[in-house]
Write a protein that binds this ligand. Structure first.
Ligand code: MLT
Ligand code: ZN
Length: 436
């Protein structure tokens, strides 16, 4: 029987069939997606991961892979009674060189950041979920995070990856695969593939050195100035982060962290700049006469960041939010909130996110629209598409948005071809990404 064979591989302590032990793995972080699994299997090595997948493949057993379970789109929850593979124990870390770090799929972002820091370096992706989010999951969703304007998303940090294919074949280096291997080219599609192509076992990630001087500013920006301000900040060579939120959001986090909101207004833009020489000078020129609070050291900057970073948890304390992780062009930013509010008369709407231009050919921002209370999800998706945006960004498609994936992802046909080659039986994360 499959469960007994799995126990023989990972040991009784790491094949959880007791409902109480499984429970935490069967519901997502937000509490919106709940499933059930026959067992939670926690391989402790790549060899065990490979053996587990080989057994599942032979038994035609669908699997869902879970890292830190911080996903927002139901992508790592066993919604159709799949077996759950937790990669949490694959957490090895090794700084290979001043520019390279190797991390097991289950290493948390915080551990990666600490390891980089101990070697005098830093890692380019950062999110508030750093203590739980794992490298494997962040690659699966191609997470962007708060420094995306500077470093790009997770895929941009991915130098190499070791993966296990659906049938258990372990590939230690995707970069080294030969053209005649079925996984040749997979490295270019791994980030954002949501666990449907292969299971990430470990990754080699780029690390670097941050310039020593920092400036963080929270700027109050009237709606009519927003686009110009973002554009001017993006042009600063020292820019590290451009985060957007509004008065409602800062009031919420201020209450959550027991502080007074430093500013209010249509938009609050939190900017971090880093450079060899004091970045506050050029940042100050961009801010001009706008009301702003500026911090010029790490500690004071961290105090300003609290008002942004506390948002996800503060919103979740109000109830299980409807989460819309969307991309909109800069010229639609001011319309998004009122249009969503009109589509959600029974809900309270919160909006925050990351501004960055780059790869989409036009200025764009990744906004997290959270609605607490009643809302018609499809109505919000319609608003976003009507504004020229995309209904999915750094959190992925998951289960939540697969019915609209065709428009949101331009690479689905290609991904399907790769999937058919690597996982023809379709056992890996069967309920995400591809439209039903
Ligand atoms: C964020 O940037 O805060 C995250 O992506 C999480 C969220 O949307 O709650
Ligand atoms: Zn985000």
């Amino acid at each position: 029987m499959l469960i007994n064979d799995l126990i023989a591989v990972v040991g009784l302590d790491h094949c959880l069939t007791d409902p109480d032990l499984r429970a935490g793995y069967e519901v997502d972080w937000t509490g919106r997606y709940r499933g059930q699994t026959p067992a939670v299997v926690r391989p402790g090595s790549v060899e065990e991961l490979s053996a587990v997948l080989a057994l599942c493949h032979a038994a035609h057993q669908p699997v869902v892979v879970q890292g830190g379970n911080t996903g927002m789109v139901g992508g790592s929850v066993p919604l159709a009674k799949e077996l759950l593979i937790s990669v949490a124990r694959l957490g090895n870390l090794q700084v290979v060189s001043p520019t390279k770090l190797r991390a097991g799929a289950g290493a948390t972002l915080a551990r990666v950041q600490d390891a980089a820091l101990a070697a005098g370096a830093s890692f380019g992706v950062d999110t508030a979920a750093r203590d739980s989010a794992t490298i494997g999951g962040m690659i699966a969703t191609n997470a962007g995070g708060m420094n995306v304007v500077r470093f790009g998303p997770m895929g941009d940090q991915l130098l190499d990856a070791g993966v296990v294919l659906a049938d258990g074949e372990y590939i230690p280096s995707l970069r080294d695969t030969r053209p005649d291997h079925r996984a040749f080219g997979l490295i270019d599609h791994l980030a954002g593939s949501e666990g449907v192509l292969a299971v990430v076992a470990h990754a080699t990630l780029a690390i670097g050195t941050d310039p020593p001087q920092v400036a963080v500013a929270m700027i109050e920006v009237p709606a009519g100035r927003l686009q110009r301000l973002i554009q001017a900040v993006e042009e600063l060579p020292s820019v590290y982060a451009i985060e957007l939120f509004g008065a409602r959001e800062v009031e919420l986090t201020a209450a959550a962290i027991g502080r007074t909101a430093p500013l209010t207004g249509d938009w609050l833009v939190l900017v971090e700049c880093r450079s060899a020489e004091d970045p506050a000078v050029s940042l100050g020129q961009v801010v001009g006469e706008l009301p702003a609070v500026v911090a010029t050291n790490q500690t004071a900057g961290g105090e300003l960041w609290l008002f942004r970073e506390a948002l996800t948890e503060a919103v979740s304390r109000l109830g299980v939010p409807h989460k819309f992780d969307v991309r909109v062009p800069h010229d639609a930013l001011n319309q998004l909130r009122p249009r969503v509010e009109a589509a959600a008369p029974g809900g309270t709407v919160f909006v925050w996110g990351h501004a960055f231009s780059n790869r989409y050919g036009h200025p764009t921002a990744n906004l997290h629209v959270n609605v607490v209370g009643r809302v018609d999800d499809e109505g919000v998706f319609d608003v976003v598409e009507d504004l020229g945006g995309s209904i999915a960004a750094e959190h992925g498609i998951g289960t939540a948005k697969r019915h609209r994936a065709t428009r949101a992802r331009g690479d689905l046909v290609e991904l399907r071809e790769i999937k058919d080659r690597l996982d023809p039986a379709g056992i890996l994360n069967p309920n995400v990404l591809f439209p039903v």
